[in-house]
Design a protein around this ligand. Structure first.
Ligand code: GLV
Length: 311
């Protein structure tokens, strides 16, 4: 059985091999850059595969995304559409994302960006009224595994949490809104909007002026979904007008975020480099080995991309 890996570059392949020796010792692991007979490839673990390359593997059984999203794979116009794509969603992905959202929510609640900027200028500024978690109504867009884990953690810490999804998902024990019909109601009661939506045609550009203007004045934003969800200029405008207080952004239309981007230096924005939830190679090798074993046994696989839903 042969697995080809395109994640972390050539320098990561030895670590991938070492991890797979633990979880699937019989698996032959080759790097994307290695010259191998395409007919010998059974499985592919990939992040942003080169255009057309997956289509050259005639015996490929399953594509495994190295991340939770699949947009970087769907971008290939020659993608073999008959193959399933398994999304990399592990319990560790959920924990990492939930902790990222919690950290960001607490930073925004305590205005930490301003405190850190003040430090750089040796400025001792005391804020008039401190907010605690209970004062900040969090609204989570996207109620998949990552959205639900984040909602649960924030709720445990004391944030009033609600959720919104395009279809009728449920947030157990917490208020949830669904579809376009309830979108504005959801936004009206959200002080901190968290975007964890998948990137689909329907969610592209959803973080725009029309959406942001439905939030109460002074609301904040966390985007750990995809850069394609944001109209970046609309976010800058909303921050500049004071309608939006602050934003924590992990994903961008162009990554790495170009040095020339005005987002880097905006006083209302905290930038993180698409690092919200990236399980380590050990965890991803463990999960990949489970997927391959289940697929070989003809068992159903978790978190398979559904072209109808778009994620
Ligand atoms: C990262 O963005 C992922 O899709 O896992």
């Amino acid at each position: 059985m042969r697995l080809i890996v395109n994640s972390g570059g050539p320098q990561a392949i030895e670590e991938w091999r070492a991890q797979f020796r633990i979880f699937a010792p019989e698996l032959d692991v080759v790097g994307w850059h290695e010259n191998v007979d395409p007919a010998t490839i059974d499985y592919a673990l990939v992040w942003a595969p080169d255009t057309g390359r997956l289509a050259t593997f005639p015996n490929l059984k399953l594509i495994i995304s190295a991340g939770a999203g699949v947009d970087h794979i769907l971008a290939d116009p020659h993608l073999p559409r008959h193959l399933s794509i398994a999304r990399m969603v592990t319990s560790r992905t959920q924990t990492e994302m939930a902790e990222y959202v919690l950290t960001s929510a607490l930073m925004l609640t305590r205005n930490l960006k301003r405190v850190v900027d003040n430090q750089a200028r040796r400025r001792w500024e005391i804020f008039d009224s401190l907010r605690v978690a209970a004062d900040v109504r969090v609204g989570i867009m996207g109620l998949g595994h990552l959205g639900i884990a984040s909602a649960q953690l924030l709720s445990r810490v004391g944030f009033p949490v609600s959720g919104w999804s395009r279809g009728a998902s449920k947030l157990e024990g917490l208020p949830s809104y669904a579809g376009q019909a309830q979108f504005n109601d959801f936004l009206h009661q959200t002080d901190l909007l968290v975007c964890l939506l998948p990137a689909t045609d329907a969610t592209k550009g959803i973080l725009n002026t029309a959406t942001l203007s439905q939030l109460p004045r002074g609301a904040s934003l966390i985007n750990a979904g995809r850069g394609a969800h944001m109209v970046e200029q609309d976010i800058i405008n909303a921050l500049d007008s004071g309608h939006l207080h602050q934003a924590v952004l992990d994903v961008f239309e162009h990554e790495p975020l170009p040095e020339s981007s005005p987002l880097w230096t905006h006083p209302g924005i905290i930038i993180t480099p698409h690092c919200a939830a990236i399980p380590d190679r050990k965890e991803r090798a463990r999960h990949t080995a489970l997927l391959i074993e289940a697929n070989e046994c003809g068992e159903p696989l978790p978190n398979i991309y559904d072209p109808q839903r778009g994620y």
